[in-house]
Design a protein around this ligand. Structure first.
Ligand SMILES: [Fe+2]
Ligand SMILES: [Fe+2]
Length: 197
């Protein structure tokens, strides 16, 4: 998986503001960032690889769903799928710091290793999906309303217990408004729980 292929897919959407977004991703370290501190793809380039896995999973699921529900095709346009899948975790670009950490090895002895720690003091601590949406808009990307919903709510079950009743209602309304919300959320789960386990 290369940065060139990643940016080529983003550019191919022809979306207004995408050139600025690609420049910002580059500048903010997106392409070198890990996908997590110690769970899935905790390695250099892990965030880009995870985003690509979500994209491929979303394309696969979309294909299967359209075969059974052809009327959903126009609500799942390919440019929206690419934008939401590849950019849903933009919020993670600046929160992982590389450093020397300690862990117990298989023999029970402490050892040092190079790893990542989460640091929410960098950049704007705006949350998760909502942070991705705000960053992308502030960088000048023209996002459609249903794309904002899909990116904002992609964590679903993972952060839903933390949300207020009002947020839970919003999440249900978002899912009802656009099938893109369920597609991106499902693809994120497939990538994290199956492809990257
Ligand atoms: Fe996420
Ligand atoms: Fe993700």
């Amino acid at each position: 998986m290369s940065k060139e292929k990643f940016t080529e897919i983003l550019s191919s959407t022809g979306r207004k503001g995408m050139d600025a977004v690609i420049a910002k991703l580059d500048e903010s370290g997106f392409f070198d960032a890990p996908a997590s501190s110690r769970f899935h793809l905790s390695c250099k380039g892990g965030l880009m690889e995870h985003s690509m896995n979500v994209y491929e999973a979303a394309l696969f699921v979309r294909e299967q769903i359209i075969q059974r529900r052809p009327e959903l095709e126009e609500q799942l346009p390919l440019d929206s799928v690419a934008i939401c899948a590849l950019l849903h975790d933009t919020c993670k670009t600046d929160i992982y710091k590389e450093g020397i950490l300690s862990r117990k090895n298989a023999d029970g002895y402490w050892e040092k290793y190079v790893g990542y720690q989460v640091d929410y003091n960098t950049g704007l601590p705006l949350g998760h999906g909502e942070k991705s949406v705000i960053l992308l808009l502030s960088w000048g990307l023209e996002l459609k309303p249903e794309e904002m919903l899909a990116i904002r709510w992609h964590m679903s079950a993972w952060d839903m217990p933390m949300q207020s009743a009002e947020h839970k209602e919003s999440f249900n309304a978002a899912k009802a408004k656009s099938p893109l919300v369920s597609l991106i959320q499902t693809a994120d789960g497939i990538a994290t729980g199956l492809l990257e386990r």
